[in-house]
Design a protein around this ligand. Structure first.
Ligand code: GLA
Length: 385
């Protein structure tokens, strides 16, 4: 599969840029099983890579030009001078690859230009980390092209810095860590403080299960202020509680912590603490070989995001409710919130019926039909050609 995918992107590269690329790299989108909005509080998450991924065919240039083309773009090639790259100076999809080159140079790495051709199967605006996939594909390509030898967490930090400082999106580190560190057949247990990761075997098929991704088609921009406001609320709570980050608190600390906070911060802290506990519970169920036990944990996670964090919306709530009513073991919104995708853990034989029931419920509510994918835990970023 890698061979055919790489050959197709090489062919497109030849057509767009002329001549051969130096190589082809790929980085996946992700869904997060559990551990939502915990990454910027130094907490825990459990994402997995999707088979949908972004491919980049790349060739070094020595004249300081960065020439960017996307199979999903408007057909034009964007030409930028590497030495002139500056935050806010590039718009559209090009800000992600340009941001990665800028972020590498910000680290003092003397990287120059390149011809890049990008082709992606990660749905955009679905909360499946299409921007992280693009950043990470470019980061691993540059790492190889320039023999930088950066380790995976550093590549994730570079990609996150590109997104935060160059593209202006105040995201945490989960999406980039998932894209570079995930491995096939596993979820990734991520400690967002140390960036230590553990590969947690996730054999859903072997247990007769399937994880559906229901894209509600409601798009939300993390740069619009709501995400930053949640981050700021958590930081203020940590300050008031005299801890470096909310990840320090565990469930036994909750009653005293909540009593010490102004009412507007109480639900944020409750979500953070209970969500970290749900990550650990999920890992325990997986270690015990009982993935079907994840269902109620996922649904409890959704309730926390809906009622305490308040980042759900009618479409994500309806997707969760109708999936569970149709036989899903559990379901929750995944990603940044205010739309995007819902994951539903379903017995494999019920997958089609659950997807159909969610579609029917959306039609009855007058919502745009959801798109459905199956989340198969897949490989992280790699060179494929
Ligand atoms: C977005 C951000 C991540 C993370 C999730 C919520 O995907 O990019 O850093 O905060 O939202 O878990």
């Amino acid at each position: 599969m890698n061979g055919a995918a790489a050959a197709a992107v090489r062919e497109e590269f030849r057509r767009v840029h002329g001549g051969e690329p130096d190589g082809v790299w790929a980085a996946p989108g992700r869904v997060n099983l559990i551990g939502e909005h915990t990454d910027y509080c130094d907490g825990f998450a459990l994402p997995m890579a999707l088979p949908q991924r972004t491919l980049v065919a790349a060739r070094r240039r020595d004249d300081g030009l960065l020439r960017l083309h996307s199979a999903q773009g408007d057909g034009r090639t964007t030409e930028l001078r590497v030495a002139d790259l500056a935050p806010g100076g590039t718009g559209g999809w090009a800000r992600y690859p340009a941001g990665v080159v800028w972020a590498l140079r910000e680290r003092g790495l003397d990287v120059g230009g390149a011809d890049l051709h990008v082709s992606s199967t990660v749905p955009t605006g679905a909360g499946l980390s299409s921007s992280a996939a693009l950043e990470c594909a470019v980061a691993v390509a540059y790492d190889d092209l320039h023999g930088l030898g950066l380790d995976r967490p550093v590549l994730a930090r570079v990609a996150q810095h590109a997104e935060n400082a160059f593209a202006g999106v105040p995201c945490g580190i989960m999406d980039q860590m998932a894209s570079v560190c995930c491995t096939a057949g596993h979820a990734l247990h991520l400690d967002s403080r140390s960036l230590e990761v553990r590969q947690v075997p996730l054999d859903l098929t072997g247990h007769g299960l399937s994880l559906l991704v229901l894209d509600t088609r409601v798009q939300h921009d993390l740069a619009d202020g709501a995400y930053a406001a949640l981050r700021a609320g958590c930081e203020r709570a940590a300050e008031l509680l005299h801890v470096p980050a909310l990840r320090e608190l565990t469930e036994p600390d909750l009653p005293a912590a909540l009593a010490a906070l102004p009412p507007d911060l109480v639900p944020l802290v409750r979500h953070q603490v209970t969500e970290n506990a749900r990550v650990e519970r999920t890992v325990d169920h997986l270690a015990a070989g009982e993935p079907e036990a994840l269902g109620p944990v996922l649904t409890a996670g959704h309730a926390s995001l809906r009622d305490d964090y308040r980042i759900s919306c009618p479409e994500t709530d309806l997707a969760v409710e109708s999936a569970v009513a149709a036989g899903a073991l559990g379901a929750r919104m995944t990603g940044g919130g205010f739309g995007g995708s819902v994951i539903a853990l379903v017995p494999a034989e019920a997958a089609a019926a659950v997807a159909a029931a969610v579609g029917d419920a959306f039609a009855a509510a007058g919502f745009t039909a959801p798109a459905v994918l199956e989340a198969v835990p897949s490989a992280g970023a790699e060179r494929i050609g």
